[in-house]
Design a protein around this ligand. Structure first.
Ligand code: NAP
Ligand code: MG
Length: 477
């Protein structure tokens, strides 16, 4: 694993320097990854250009789609192996890792099938003219991904770009990149031409910065924090290329007095504890109408207190967080809220017998959280749920829209008019009514506004992002 994957094969890094990879569940080193630099990125971009101009670029859309679909079938043959790799790398429970690999396969099915279905159109224009609008690949796209769902992100970001005919260069997160490399190997095995998929491991400020500022990159897809997203967008601005930014969130679950509690309570708990809260679309705020606040939040607290964190093999509700730094960050939110006297309504448990060195935190439910508090405004990216109360519909919308983020929201009410009014007024890229799908739905356009980023991934719309629209005006002779 301590190499890069460039031009269809593993290659040593230019410097030979490596980074220790610790298992989040134990804190112990189990691998070293290569520490890529600008020269490694340059080699990967050159290989991608050669593939785009050569064997990869010459394939028809149907042939590209077939390769992506074949990779999906190949993934099924290695399902358990990939799930175990993902679980060891990220510390997530095996059930979550299996669900992730399943979702990754769905991306390959979806974009494999979609590759030859991106049709252009014809515009009626002046007499004696034909006008066609076609969608062409950008060329070489760059992808910088986080550590929370490494395999799924490969499916979401890379496969949509490949389906459009781009060649790709990926800088995965140094904290979890094992499945990305394995998927690239499998892609070669099923017949992807050399250079179509290239991966350079390494640190963000080095390999990531080199990728986003490389003049050979025509489009950047970034998923991660708003702070780094800004840097990537600046780098893109310097060479005038577009980018999509999938950043964080502070997504609200809005619960009205007529909500179906039995349906809402388990989903509210799951939406924050899934992947140990390390999900950009985690439902990290629960906003409850004052008249039912005690009853609803009491029911959530009861379920919340049963949540348990353990190792991948224990397969409990959640795992450790990714690394010691993240544990410190999540713990600092919890400690500060306690110091401020914000009531702890429930705590989950860290299971008996977890290794001492693992990066575990106790799932924690806070309420009432005062408006304007850090827990309302800042993304914790851990298993910390904050409860707030609101008066009426107007107040609910005000509270839902009170952060700079706008990624996902849920509205829980039986009132049809209210379902529509609130869905339209809440600032978010996705709104669920009487349900919540943190991260789910390969077919569903996904992305944010404001501090949650811009551009859309998933669904057919992602294919448009990974393409350039060209209008061809033909004057008949
Ligand atoms: P991060 O620090 O922003 O890192 C994301 C990626 O960017 C990593 O591969 C990182 O490399 C790289 N990077 C760091 N500095 C860079 C630079 N100067 N130039 C280019 N690339 C650079 O985020 P994270 O800590 O990995 O993940 C947590 C954050 O990501 C949270 O805020 C979360 O909400 C967000 N997130 C959003 C989504 C979404 O779909 N919207 C999904 C997942 C996560 P290294 O870390 O390897 O050094
Ligand atoms: Mg990082």
């Amino acid at each position: 694993m301590n190499q890069h994957f460039i031009n269809g094969r593993y290659v040593a890094g230019q410097t030979g320097e490596t980074i220790a990879k610790l298992a989040p569940a134990t804190g112990e080193e189990f691998a070293r990854i290569a520490c890529g630099n600008a020269a490694d990125i340059d080699a990967a971009v050159k290989a991608a250009h050669a593939a785009f101009e050569g064997a990869w670029g010459k394939l028809t859309a149907a042939e590209r789609g077939r390769l992506i679909s074949k990779l999906g079938l190949r993934l099924q043959d290695h399902f358990e192996e990939l799930a175990r790799l993902e679980a060891r790398d990220t510390g997530k429970p095996m059930a979550q890792a299996r669900a992730d690999i399943d979702a990754t396969a769905r991306y390959f099915e979806f974009y494999g099938g979609a590759a030859d279905k991106v049709h252009g159109h014809v515009i009626p224009f002046l007499n004696g003219y034909s006008v066609s609008v076609v969608h062409e690949p950008h060329g070489v796209t760059g992808h910088i991904l986080p550590w929370n769902y490494p395999a799924q992100m490969f499916g979401r970001s890379l496969t949509a770009s490949l389906a459009m005919g781009n060649a790709v260069v990926l800088k995965p997160a140094e904290d979890a990149c094992a499945t990305a490399f394995r998927l690239a190997e499998l892609a070669s095995e099923v017949g992807f031409p050399d250079g179509a998929i290239n991966i350079v491991a390494g640190r963000g400020h080095e390999a990531g910065a080199a990728l986003s500022s490389h003049p050979g990159i025509a489009f950047m897809s970034f998923t991660g924090s708003p702070e780094v997203g800004k840097m990537v967008q600046h780098a893109c601005a310097d060479h005038l290329i577009p980018c999509t930014l999938e950043l964080g969130g502070k997504s609200p679950q809005i619960v009205f007095d007529d909500a179906d509690f039995d349906a809402a309570v388990p989903i509210v708990c799951k939406a924050i504890v899934q992947n140990t809260g390390q999900t950009c679309s985690a439902g990290s705020r629960v906003l409850v109408q004052k008249s039912v606040y005690d009853a609803f939040v009491g029911a959530v607290a009861q379920q919340f207190s049963k949540l348990r964190a353990g190792t991948p093999e224990m397969d409990l509700d959640c795992g450790p967080v990714i690394n010691a730094k993240q544990r410190g960050r999540v713990q600092s939110f919890i400690d500060q809220a306690r110091e401020q006297g914000i009531p702890v309504l429930a705590e989950g448990q860290i299971a008996q017998g977890v290794p001492n060195g693992g990066f575990f935190v106790t799932p924690t439910l806070f309420g009432q959280v005062p408006r304007g508090n850090r827990l309302e405004q800042e993304e914790v990216f851990g298993p910390v749920l904050s409860a707030f109360s609101f008066e009426d519909e107007e107040d609910a919308i005000k509270l839902a829209n009170s952060t700079d983020y706008g990624l996902v929201a849920a509205v829980w009410t039986k009132d049809g008019g209210r379902q529509q009014r609130v869905s339209r007024r809440v600032r978010a890229g996705q709104v669920f009514i009487n349900g919540y799908g943190a991260g789910g739905g390969i077919e569903l356009p996904f992305g944010g506004t404001g501090k949650s980023g811009h551009g859309r991934e998933k669904g057919f719309i992602a294919l448009e992002e990974f393409a350039v629209t060209k209008t061809i005006v033909h004057k008949h002779g």
